[in-house]
Design a protein. Sequence first.
Length: 139
Amino acid sequence: MLTDLYWTLDGDVALGLDGDLKDTSFDVFRSLWQEMRTRCQSSFKDWALHPEIGANLEELLGEMNNKRTAEEGRTRIMSALTLGGFLPRESIRIRYLPVSRHKLFYDITVTVTDPGSGRTRMLKSQLLYDTAEQELTVV
């Protein structure tokens, strides 16, 4: 597990109690969870150093909210999370639910073990994607 800067849900850097930049050293799983969110929310070429990272969910814009579209989103999320061996496929569970005519809810659960301590934890990320507005919200 790596240490990273601590990012808020809005994508801002946070300050620690000491006034310095906050990092994820207090929680070995936080950095991994942040990377999961980044990969799901991003599109190819969003990141100059890693242009291949992203789920490209914006390509579902205008698609009907049906099982085929939901499965396509699920496949894209799975690909983003497994790219480059980031996470093993068997540790990821992605469920989806249509919540309105244009909105798909994705519930992503990853089971991970910290090699240092042997602790296992389930990390969750939830996304709401609007196929009409191309809006992706982390819930």
